[in-house]
Write a protein that binds this ligand. Structure first.
Ligand code: HEC
Length: 260
């Protein structure tokens, strides 16, 4: 006779859970941060998302595009949640090309919330030519595209060091502990105080690296909070269901057990 105890069911549950956690754990030695958005009930830190957008806008956006984002995304639930007026102001501060008008001419106008983020270069070749032969990758989904995700981005930003003795670097190539081959064609984009946070937070390297990584993590996975909420409900539901199944199984076998 197959007899499942509640303990066994719980063990199966837990092992699934631990396996899925272990699966997502990184195996390399990247710097590790306790991100608020990891884990079963993780949420993005709103002020950090807003500061991270500021870092992207003022620093990274001169080289890296984020072509899948629209300004209105910045006001949507689960994201930085800027107010409607703030989103309008952010969009309007950017000049976008539009057209053709009735004369067949292209023209520029202030951005609207429905516009996509403006790219710094007209195309990939232009971005490579302007960056010494290296392509500054689009950042819309970069966090998802790299093993190590958020920790990788954070590590690259914090990983600039003097090259070890004897290592010769060409012009425009920098030593970075966490890049493949330890060489990167991007000079350290962050430096102490390069932005002045509007919320008064001190703009240390570490703070900016965390904030911009948080922002990029949201951009790559805007549905994360919703997914966590659903996942949590599903877990509760499954636990209740297994308790019910266990209890009814006990009841069904009750007579047979006692007849034995
Ligand atoms: C002056 C232009 C420039 C600026 C500004 C800049 N980057 Fe870069 N970035 C590049 C280039 C070019 C590369 C490609 C380097 C390579 O492949 O060697 C790159 C690569 C990267 C990579 C590594 C991507 C990979 O392929 O694994 C990360 C992460 C990154 N940038 C993040 C940032 C962040 C965050 C900011 C803003 C704080 C920023 N960058 C600002 C030019 C720039």
């Amino acid at each position: 006779m197959i007899k499942f105890s509640l303990i066994k069911i719980l063990v199966i549950f837990l092992s699934f859970f631990i396996f899925s956690q272990a699966h997502s754990a990184e195996k390399n030695e990247l710097l590790k941060v306790e991100w608020s958005f990891k884990g079963l009930t993780g949420k993005f830190d709103r002020p950090s998302l807003q500061r991270g957008f500021q870092v992207y806008k003022e620093v990274c956006s001169s080289c890296h595009s984020m072509q899948y984002l629209s300004y209105r995304n910045l006001g949507e639930p689960g994201g930085p949640e800027f107010s409607i007026d703030e989103v309008k102001a952010i969009a309007a501060s950017i000049e976008v090309e539009d057209g053709p008008d009735s004369q067949g001419e292209m023209f520029t106008r202030p951005g609207k919330p429905s516009d996509k983020f403006k790219s710094p270069y007209p195309n990939i070749n232009a971005s490579i030519a302007a960056n010494g032969g290296a392509y500054p990758p689009d950042m819309s989904v970069l966090v998802k595209a790299r093993p190590g995700g958020s920790n990788y981005i954070y590590s690259v930003l914090m990983g600039y060091e003097d090259p070890p003795e004897g290592m010769k670097l060409d012009d425009g190539v920098y030593y970075n502990k966490y890049m493949v081959g330890n060489k990167i064609k991007m000079s350290s984009p962050l430096s102490e105080g390069i932005v002045e946070y509007s919320d008064g937070t001190e703009a240390s390297m570490d703070q900016m690296a965390k904030d911009v990584t948080t922002f990029l993590s949201w951009a790559a996975e805007p549905e994360l909070e919703q997914r966590h909420k659903t996942g949590f409900k599903v877990m509760i539901y499954l636990i209740l269901l297994s308790v019910l199944v266990y209890l009814s199984m006990k009841r069904i076998w009750l007579r047979i057990d006692s007849e034995e």
